[in-house]
Design a protein around this ligand. Structure first.
Ligand code: SF4
Ligand code: SF4
Length: 148
């Protein structure tokens, strides 16, 4: 990876390795979300995708994830700019907006645990969709965000 690539290149210019390293591992994009067509709002649940390890906040089968979760979205530079629901802390969103990475980001801290200790990640509050019946989803809404 090129030295401090996140400060020198656009999202489009990153290598595959650099792109992957820009993720801070928060797991927030792996929480279930439901779009309300009437209000154009997005409900975010504390319920995580079935493949998310809710402790490490990593996908438990990243290489083959589309086999199990066909609607998992591969982020691209264009989608990073489109998804205004990505958390303000997200490494991709920061670079897309010309902001610096936070000091706790693994690329700066060399410590993959800091994102958890700082309370940025979903560790501690996310539950797996495997453990929550769909009828209870309403009770798990933690945010309602306007879209667009
Ligand atoms: S929200 Fe951004 S930084 Fe966090 S896991 Fe998703 S892609 Fe990575
Ligand atoms: S399949 Fe993996 S990367 Fe995709 S939403 Fe689920 S946990 Fe996240």
């Amino acid at each position: 990876m090129r030295e401090r690539f996140w400060e020198k290149y656009t999202l489009e210019e990153l290598t595959d390795d650099e792109w992957e390293a820009l993720c801070d591992g928060c797991g927030q994009c792996c929480l279930l979300k439901f779009h309300d067509d009437d209000t154009n709002e997005l409900a975010v649940l504390n319920v995580a995708c079935r493949l998310l390890d809710t402790h490490s906040c990593q996908c438990s089968d990243y290489e083959n994830r589309f086999d199990t979760v066909p609607d998992c979205t591969q982020l691209t530079p264009a989608l990073v700019r489109e998804f205004n629901w990505l958390p303000a802390t997200c490494g991709y969103r920061r670079v897309a907006e010309g902001r610096k990475l936070a000091g706790w980001h693994p690329l700066l801290s060399n410590d993959a645990e800091r994102v958890h200790r700082k309370g940025i990640s979903v560790r501690g509050f996310a539950v797996s969709e495997l453990d929550v019946p769909e009828r209870d989803y309403d009770e798990h809404i933690i945010a309602v965000l306007p879209i667009g």
